[in-house]
Design a protein around this ligand. Structure first.
Ligand SMILES: Cc1cc2nc3c(=O)[nH]c(=O)nc-3n(C[C@H](O)[C@H](O)[C@H](O)COP(=O)(O)OP(=O)(O)OC[C@H]3O[C@@H](n4cnc5c(N)ncnc54)[C@H](O)[C@@H]3O)c2cc1C
Length: 219
């Protein structure tokens, strides 16, 4: 039975056209005070910043984008608790892993440690039990019961910009699980480059060298 250990990753599925997004939000936001005539090149950033400062975040709900995450099933169990969302996930009911099973490397176990060896041993054991169950006639939806939280999964998550900000606030904070921070912090860093005005009120901090960074929302 082949098992493969892989790293988690993310991919922004949509093209992020920062200028078009800001222009759209400004256009929508300006209807409140009928200030459309004040729109000019470069006004969107300042206008949106002002509205966000007031907590007028509903304007962000008009823009959504999708991200594909490859991570473990423990992480997606946390992700899908966020409800203002659309999700589509690889199904352990329908996918048959008897050819190869992939597991996500846990960042907190160093590869040369006893903990990592024990973790790897458990992946091999559950993969072996899975294969035996399939070989004895079990369906994938039945055999999956022996698989662990570390099983690799793929999920597409779509949130609007307001919900993305909420998810980052909850899932990048120091109290969040290190493996969800591990996928969320690089995404937040990418978005801070793409659309700074929407995400630059998060400050990314280093906790310690062996752990992923955290982000705190500046007040
Ligand atoms: C560090 C950490 C530890 C956690 N530990 C646990 C745990 O031990 N056990 C556990 O079960 N969960 C736990 N959770 C999950 C947590 O309770 C939430 O379910 C999860 O973070 C989803 O976020 P959310 O509820 O804010 O809302 P989302 O679903 O992301 O919704 C966004 C916002 O919309 C509003 N909203 C959405 N739905 C409703 C509604 N029905 N009514 C009113 N307002 C609504 C709220 O303002 C909410 O904050 C933990 C989360 C974190 C970050």
């Amino acid at each position: 039975m082949e098992i493969e250990i892989i790293e988690p990753k993310h991919e922004i599925v949509d093209e992020i056209n920062s200028q078009a997004i800001l222009k759209k939000i400004e256009r929508i936001g300006r209807v409140s005070h009928k200030s459309e005539d004040r729109t000019a090149p470069g006004t969107a950033e300042e206008f949106i910043k002002k509205l966000l400062g007031w907590g007028h975040e509903s304007i962000l709900e008009h823009v959504s984008f999708t991200v594909k995450f490859i991570c473990d099933r423990g992480v997606t169990h946390e992700l899908v608790r966020h409800r203002i969302a659309a999700y589509t996930q690889e199904s352990t009911r329908y996918c048959n892993y008897s050819g190869k099973i992939q597991f996500i490397k846990p960042l907190f176990f160093k590869e040369d440690s006893e903990a990592y060896r024990l973790w790897l041993e458990s992946c091999e054991a559950c993969a072996s039990s899975y294969l035996k169950l399939i070989s004895s006639g079990a369906k994938p939806e039945e055999a999956r019961d022996v698989l662990s939280n570390s099983l690799k999964t793929e999920i597409y998550a779509t949130y609007n910009l307001r919900e993305w900000r909420h998810v980052f606030k909850m899932r990048c904070q120091k109290a969040a699980h290190p493996q969800i921070r591990e996928i969320m912090i690089p995404l937040l860093e990418e978005l801070q480059k793409e659309i700074p005005v929407i995400f630059d009120d998060f400050e990314i901090i280093t906790i310690d060298d062996s752990y992923p960074k955290a982000a705190i929302k500046k007040v």
